[in-house]
Design a protein around this ligand. Sequence first.
Ligand code: ZN
Length: 138
Amino acid sequence: MGSSIRTKIFEISTSSHTDFVNVTPLVKTFVMDSGIKSGLCVIYVPHTTAAVFINEGADPDVVKDIAYKLNSLIQWEDPNYKHIEGNSAAHIKSAIIGNSRVIPVSDGKLLLGTWEAIFFAEFDGPRRRKLIVTLIGE
Ligand code: ZN
């Protein structure tokens, strides 16, 4: 059996200025529907003021704390910011968190840890965003 590559572009609606959307069910369904049993799942965010990360999904307070601390460390207003658009804080948070993650796929399932979930991270919302998921495997 040869290897195959499948890509799907998801539309994500964020609902507040900082918003972490749990996209785990979308990605899991895509993996299941793809028929790919073994390989890699690459998750990519094509935006400069958004990001993607993996962390605890069981207790929703964990991502609330992440948002709280990021926003307190990287303040929206700073007289030394130079970027004319006025959203430098969102660019900085996007750069720090990163715009891609890779998850192994085995037996047709993502090998996420028990408490792990995948979050689309909005830092300059609310907006309509894209999340690109590519599966490489067989
Ligand atoms: Zn900008």
